[in-house]
Every structure is written in C-alpha cells, then in structure tokens.
Write a protein that binds this ligand. Structure first.
Ligand code: PMP
Length: 461
C-alpha cells in the first residue's frame, strides 16, 4: 500500500506547506473513515486534497488553491464540473421532488436517449452504480445460459462486488481477496488480455460452463493497458460460437470513446452493456442494457410466458429523478454537440505536448492513451523507451499498472498538485470538454516543473 513518502523530500514538504487545510481535514477524516478516505483511489500520502468547489475544468481546495482537474469525477464528468445545463436541470427537478416511488417520464426519456446513442440497448434496466450493473449482467447471463462461470481479463475492473474483487490489482492467480469465498472465486476464469491463443485454450477447456465474458473494451483502467481490437473481435466471435454472453463494461467508455461508446468505435455489438458515470451526468446511477431476450428475464410476464422464474431486482435509487435529469441533460449535449470530439482533440494535444516536454527534458517516460485518455508511464524499471516511440501494446499489465504507493508516482502527484494540477492517481486522467488551451498550458508547465523537481530528488535518472 501507499507508504508515507519521505518527509525530507522537498516535493513532499512543498505540498504540505501549501495545503494545511487539507491536512487538518484529513486528520479529522482519519478518525471517521478507515484510511481517512471513502474510496480506495482517493488514498494518497501524506494527505488527499480537501475540495470545496468545482466549476468547468477547475476545482478549489480549502486553502484556496486552484487546480486544473483530471480526476474528472472518477470519469463521470466529460462535460466538466457544474455544467450550467446539467445543474439547471437538476435544480429544476430538485424542486419537484427527488423520489416518487413510481414511474416517471424522465426515466423513459433517459432510456430513449441511451437507445438513440447505443443501438444495442434493446432494453434498459437502471441500477444505482456500475458495480450493481455488472452484478446484474452476470446474473442475467447465468440465468439465461444455466452455466456457472464468468470469464474476466486480468487487470480489468468491473466494480467491487465479490466476483470482481480479485485479479484487478492483485491476486492475478484468481485466488480471492479477503472476505470473498474461495468457492465463488473458483467460478471466475481469468484470461490474459491480448493473448488470443490463451483465450481459445481457456474456452476450449472451460467454455461449456462459462455464462458470460466481461471486459473493458478499450483495455483496463481507461485503456491504461490497451486491448487490441483484433482481440476483442476474436472474443466476440468465440463467445458467439460458444453461446457465451458477451458483456462490454462501458461504465467508463460509454459516451466517451465515441457517442455510442467503444462498441460504436470498434464496430462490435455486445450482448449486454453495463453503463454508469457519464450516463448519469455526475450523479449516482448505472444501467445494464442490451438484448431484449436477456433483459426480459426481469419481466414478470415475459419470464412466466417462457416458463422461467423471474430474476428479482430492486434498488431504492434506481432511475431516481435527480440522476435522470442530470443524465438526460448530459446525454443530450453529447448527442447534439461536438463535446466528445473536442475532448478527444484536447486529450491528443495534451498527450503530444506532455511528450514534447519529456523529450526536451530528456526523461525516459511516456504519456500515452487513446480517445480522452492520458496515462503517464513513469518507467520504474528504466526500460530504454522514448516518449514518442513508446508502444504500450508491446507491454503487459504487470509493467503498465504500477502498484499504488510507488514513490515516484506519489511524488509526481504531489508535485503536480503543488503546481496547480490534480492528476488522477494511476497517474493520468480523463480529459473533459471543459478543458481548454489555458488548462493545457498550465498542465504542461506544471508537468515540466514536476519532472525537474523529481529529477533533483533522484527519482529520474
Ligand atoms: N466498471 C468500470 C470499468 C469502472 O471503471 C467502474 C468504476 N470506476 C465500475 C465498473 C464500477 O462503477 P461504480 O463505481 O459506479 O460502482
């Protein structure tokens, strides 16, 4: 886990000096929350930022410091913070009530927008999070096929429920993380990303008992470990041939990789898709969408007509009017404007400018990614790579996913924060349509300064 970075580091000292209010907030949080945080990826030593306000591409901490933000609401905020159209719709709905315990027109409109953008969504079931969506997708697949097992790709994240809680950042051998039943883990088959021969061998051995295969279709963690499109096509062909339900987990990629998600960009139609994040415009929400015959297992009458038992499914906040309002406002902007294309263009310019800075500073790191993604590879083993020639597809998840708590990464995050940029912790960040030229320049300058500071501390050879 994240060790406390050395206090004799000028980078750490500068961060501590600039953020006393965040430190005080964290001291209180430590008495309230395990580890002082409410989401694992917010954990960073010596303390996380305490934020009081956000707008557009920026956010402000309790000490009054401004940050260009690349946390992006864990990927939910492709339009940036507090987009006026989204906040207006939510405020309007707030005054009309937050929960009806009944059907409402907004949920219909929301689902229609999903169908418009993502034609594979023949039917929709809303949940309250991405985790719940992947749980339901798996249950639908098991019920439909009568099979027991789930195929996942090593390093791919699908939320934190029991079937998904290992083989993401650890336990790549498929053994369960604490609190997860070994018997359950035995029903999850892990495959290596991009290894077609390995995939086919696994399917030959276990395919007859595999209900579903689930993946992040552009690769794990926003494409930090990219997947070859040929591999995804092969998975589509093999699952179709073997009666396995293919689930695209588009919690991140949906409405981001293209308006219609990774499935539109790849030209591949999954059987089921799980959605969250952008789906509900920064408010809580998720959905499992896809083939009518699969979703109909949730329909009392259709299930009865097919002579099968309906799958139960509740959820107090499913399709709540506030999330629906934010989701509608966001999806309409995605449909009607060039927000997604602009975000892609910004991310491409940012990656290029950051690599130029690395080149000029003579640093053997690389910034890479596709679509709206930006990933900084800090090259902990000193591999002979160049910023512009770096090919992440030539590497595996073990090299690309640097364990949390890596000192160089921690110092990079802190040095960037001291210079007014909040990167997501992996490190990198999703860009948003709110980022503009000034944000790009500030990010590049901060990066150049951070890299120089890291070099002075001996973190860069
Ligand atoms: N799948 C993917 C690909 C994700 O990135 C996430 C969240 N980061 C989830 C599922 C889980 O979504 P949630 O946090 O809404 O439960």
């Amino acid at each position: 886990m994240n060790a406390m970075p050395p206090t004799n580091s000028p980078i750490v000292a500068a961060f501590i000096a600039r953020t006393p209010g965040s430190a005080a907030n964290y001291a209180a949080a430590l008495r309230l929350f395990p580890g002082g945080v409410t989401h694992d990826s917010r954990y960073v030593r010596p303390h996380p930022l305490a934020i009081v306000r956000a707008a557009g591409a920026c956010k402000w901490d309790v000490d009054g410091n401004e940050y260009v933000d690349y946390a992006g609401g864990h990927g939910a905020l492709i339009l940036g913070h507090a987009h006026p159209a989204v906040t207006a719709r939510v405020a309007e709905q707030l005054a009309r009530g937050t929960h009806y315990g009944a059907n409402h027109a907004l949920e219909n409109r929301w689902a229609e927008l999903i169908q418009e953008l993502m034609p594979s969504a023949e039917m929709v079931r809303f949940t309250s999070s991405g985790t719940e969506a992947t749980l339901m997708a798996l249950r639908l697949a098991r019920a439909a096929t009568g099979r027991r097992k789930l195929l996942r790709l090593r390093g791919h994240f699908h939320g934190w429920h029991d079937h998904m809680a290992f083989g993401v950042t650890s336990h790549f051998d498929g053994t369960p993380t604490p609190g997860v039943l070994g018997a359950l883990a035995q029903h999850v088959v892990l495959a290596d990303p991009n290894d077609e021969a390995g995939l086919v061998a696994l399917l030959d051995a276990e395919g007859a008992d595999i209900a579903a295969a689930i993946l992040e279709p552009t690769g794990s963690s926003y494409g930090q470990v990219p997947l070859r499109p040929e591999f995804v096509r092969r998975l589509r062909a093999e699952t179709a041939a073997r009666g396995i339900v293919l689930v695209f987990d588009e919690v991140v990629t949906g409405f981001r990789v293209s308006r219609g998600g990774a499935q539109e960009a790849l030209g591949i139609r999954p059987d089921l898709t799980t959605l969250a994040k952008i789906l509900s415009g920064g408010l809580p929400g998720g959905a499992v969408v896809g083939r009518r015959d699969l979703l109909e297992l949730l329909d009392p009458e259709r299930a009865a007509a097919r002579g099968v038992e309906k799958i139960p499914h509740q959820g107090t906040y499913n399709a709540n009017p506030l999330s629906a309002a934010a989701g509608i406002a966001t999806l309409e902007i995605i449909r009607d404007t060039d927000a997604v294309a602009r975000t892609h263009a910004y991310a491409a310019r940012l990656r290029a400018a950051l690599n130029d800075a690395l080149e000029q500073e003579g640093v053997h790191w690389a910034v890479y990614g596709t679509h709206t993604g930006m990933h900084v590879f800090v090259n902990p083993k000193g591999l002979p790579i160049g910023p512009r020639s770096f090919d992440p597809l030539a590497m595996g998840y073990a090299e690309l996913k640097i364990p949390r708590g890596n000192q160089t990464v921690t110092k990079l995050l802190l040095a960037m924060r001291t210079r007014g940029v909040d990167l997501a912790p992996w490190p990198g960040g999703p860009a948003s349509a709110a980022h503009g030229e000034e944000d790009l320049e500030r990010t590049v300058e901060a990066f150049r300064g951070a890299v120089r500071a890291l070099r002075e501390e001996g973190e860069i050879a």
